[in-house]
Design a protein around this ligand. Structure first.
Ligand code: ARG
Ligand code: ASP
Length: 722
């Protein structure tokens, strides 16, 4: 029986490693060694050198990190950049007014002079990637504490960066991979004059809004367009009216032929963060504790904000972006719990660990080095659990209450005064003013007070009182657990929730403001909550987490030693990666099968006249009626979105989806609901990334917006009609 069990586990593992062929976010410089053969077997027609080559223009030279949070790609020889609507949204929002509501109506520059500069927005190219593990880890020993280790590495990296071969206008950074077992250097070029060229109306760019978010089938034209400007020498330059459109080393050709089921695709971009090599105890904690807690707290926050947004147009505008942000992760975590549960992720990890332990035990050397790793990790995670929970509460509650954020800003003035006197105070003042001005633009004191009441209630009643400030627990009891009353008292104790009064005071008598603020009940409560956290959670949390980091690092190396037959890819860390996989539908539940393509017909099926999420602009309805799709249609239909098995995560938004020849076929923007757990446990049966078909993008630009001059700039190709 025991033997049979082992055989079964071994068999499962075999299935996992064979079926997981599409998993992975690979470093472009290692494709030739690790992936090229596999990519070709899946249908890729170009070589790894066409993707990453530091000696001549390759695909990587057309890919940018967009503002550090999304991905973009260059699609014309004049520096035109394509990214998602939700990635360019801030820029569009910043230029919108009631008369020129670009969010509602869309925006299209008719010529260069109408393209709008965006302060603070930048794009970064990757010039070169190098393995610098040896230099970075020089002098590091196993006996070092995490802090010692980090400071040695920091020194090594500083030294290394001083001697990096690069041009004066280029930058460099070094980042840890595989939990700090390896280090890579990135030489980069950042352009800071990036102008808005166009965006469709939200009814197209964010069609389906929160209801459709994380959902397949999808019908969203999630794209916007920018242009990179450079100095006359084509080098990075600060914004100037004299700057000229950037001439790229490489721009993507655009395929008008689309893809069909089984076709090879790859997605090239900057995925943010994944945790694929966790111990089963950590995955279990995510499913059982962390995700449910964060979801429950956000339930409360969303209910409050939604209640106000539905009644008040002004609040709707002010809170739309915040609401979308809170809702985005809230919804993702629900999908994650569902997927991890449904695919038995914890049991799978346990089976993997059993096999790991078996191999370790059979090898005396490994047994000494790695023998107790798994049990140590399990014990450490158990120890971490209460502190990690308390941390989730602080993050989800305290940082959501904006009165606390305001107090923290005012406190920072006080701290600057204490540290550097008058000079420090005066230096900090403009920054604080600017931050508060931004905050107040999207702030309503009534909403904030209601948020306080709802969130502080769950903060006090939801967790062990040991971790909470004694003052808060007492205040709650004194108010008979009526958190609305407590909120009244706290918000009455200060004027900081009044934008006009606070900004006036900051102008006229900032020191007085700091003094008055200090005296308020709101400030003292905030200080107490933070102090309790610092006293009872932060130290312990950091200690255990440091220990876990050390163990995870060893566990990572151990997995690579023990499972020699497996190819490992590093967790996402906002560095450039390539992921690839076939176009494919999926079957999420019994008797349910999803196709891999959606069409404009589906937009019309979802159409609800005048609806906040599902309205369809008149012009688009007309184009649908007349089937005026031009060169972008396919057999009389207009393709909109498609899915594939590419392993993506947050930060991959805006990433190009490329066909077997490296032509642009789509724009990545989301993942399907059942597979959002791919950050922790990629499962090829249900993990799908969602892309908008580039033909829909071009159709909207050309036929809908009448901005065909932009399409003229691009190189359109027909790889399937060769
Ligand atoms: N789920 C997408 C990603 O995580 C965001 C899509 C933005 N659209 C929206 N309706 N919130 O960022
Ligand atoms: N929507 C995500 C992004 O904005 C992509 C994802 O999480 O799949 O990067």
């Amino acid at each position: 029986m025991k033997y049979l069990k082992q055989l079964f586990v071994a068999f499962c593992l075999l299935i996992i490693s064979v079926a997981r062929a599409d998993e992975g976010m690979w470093l472009p410089l290692l494709l030739e060694k690790l992936n090229e053969q596999h990519m070709k077997s899946l249908g890729m027609k170009i070589s790894a050198k066409d993707i990453y080559n530091i000696n001549s223009g390759s695909l990587k030279d057309a890919i940018v990190s967009f503002g550090g949070f999304c991905t973009g790609e260059v699609i014309s020889s004049k520096g035109l950049v394509l990214t998602n609507h939700h990635c360019g949204f801030d820029a569009v929002q910043n230029h919108s007014t009631l008369e020129h509501n670009y969010i509602k109506d869309g925006f299209w520059a008719k010529n260069y002079s109408e393209e709008i500069p965006n302060q603070g927005l930048f794009v970064t190219f990757i010039v070169r990637i190098e393995d610098v593990s040896k230099q970075a880890l020089q002098g590091v020993t196993a006996a070092m504490s995490e802090t010692e280790r980090q400071s040695t590495i920091d020194k090594n990296i500083a030294e290394l960066r001083k001697n990096v071969k690069k041009e004066s206008y280029q930058d460099s950074f070094v980042r840890g991979f595989f939990e700090g077992n390896q280090y890579y250097l990135f030489v980069t070029e950042t352009y800071r004059d990036v102008r808005l060229v166009g965006a469709p109306p939200s009814a197209i760019g964010n069609f389906g809004k929160d209801t459709d978010n994380w959902i397949w089938p999808r019908h969203t034209g999630d794209f916007s367009m920018f242009r990179i400007y450079a100095g006359k020498d084509n080098k990075p330059a600060a914004y100037s009216a004299d700057n000229v459109p950037y001439v790229p080393k490489k721009s993507l050709s655009i395929s008008l032929d689309g893809v069909t089921e089984g076709d090879f695709t790859m997605v090239f971009g900057f995925p943010g963060r994944t945790m694929e090599y966790l111990h089963s105890a950590a995955v279990d904690q995510t499913v059982r504790v962390s995700d449910p807690t964060k979801i429950a707290i956000r339930d409360k926050a969303l209910a409050v904000i939604d209640g106000f947004m539905r009644k008040d147009e002004q609040i709707k505008i002010q809170y739309a972006s915040k609401y979308a942000g809170i809702s985005n992760s809230w919804k993702k975590w629900q999908g994650e719990v569902l997927g991890l549960t449904k695919t038995n992720a914890v049991a799978k990890k346990q089976a993997y660990e059993a096999e790991f332990q078996k191999r370790v035990n059979a090898n005396p050397q490994w047994k000494t080095k790695y023998g107790s790793l798994l049990s140590d990790l399990a014990a450490a995670y158990k120890e971490l659990e209460p502190y990690s929970l308390a941390r989730d509460y602080i993050n989800e509650v305290v940082s959501r209450i904006e009165l606390f954020t305001i107090i923290a800003q005012i406190n920072s003035l006080n701290n600057a005064m204490e540290k550097n006197g008058e000079k420090g105070f005066n230096e900090s003042l403009p920054r604080v003013k600017e931050r508060l001005e931004d905050l107040y633009k999207e702030y309503n004191p009534e909403v904030d007070k209601k948020l306080f009441a709802a969130l502080i209630e769950i903060f006090v009643t939801g967790q062990n009182n040991y971790f909470i400030s004694a003052e808060l627990v007492k205040a709650a009891k004194d108010h008979n657990m009526d958190f609305g009353k407590l909120a009244d008292e706290i918000y009455n104790s200060t004027d900081l929730d009044d934008a006009t009064k606070t900004m006036e005071m900051l102008d006229q008598n900032p020191k007085q403001l700091v003094e008055t603020a200090k005296q308020s009940k709101a400030s003292s409560l905030y200080a107490d909550i933070i102090n309790a956290y610092v006293d009872k959670v932060q130290g312990e949390y950091t200690d255990v987490q440091n220990r876990i980091n050390q163990l995870q690092r060893t566990y990572m190396q151990a997995q690579m030693d023990v499972f020699k037959e497996k190819k490992f890819y590093p967790d996402a860390n906002s560095t450039m990666r390539v992921t690839y996989g076939k176009v494919k539908g999926y079957e999420p539940r019994d008797a349910v099968k999803y196709e891999y393509y959606t069409y404009l017909d589906g937009v019309m099926e979802k159409y609800v006249p005048g609806d906040y999420e599902f309205d369809v602009p008149e012009k688009l309805r007309e184009l649908y009626k007349s089937k005026d799709y031009g060169q972008y249609g396919n057999n009389g239909k207009m393709p909109v979105c498609f899915i594939a098995m590419n392993h993506t995560t947050g930060g991959n938004s805006g990433s190009p989806a490329l066909d077997a020849y490296g032509n642009l076929v789509g724009l990545n923007f989301d993942r399907a609901w059942e597979g959002t757990m791919s950050d922790i446990n990629y499962d090829p049966s249900i993990c799908r990334n969602i892309m908008v078909d580039v033909r829909y993008v071009l159709f909207i630009i050309d036929k809908y917006a009448g901005a065909g001059h932009l399409v003229q700039e691009m190189k359109l190709v027909h790889p399937k009609k060769k």
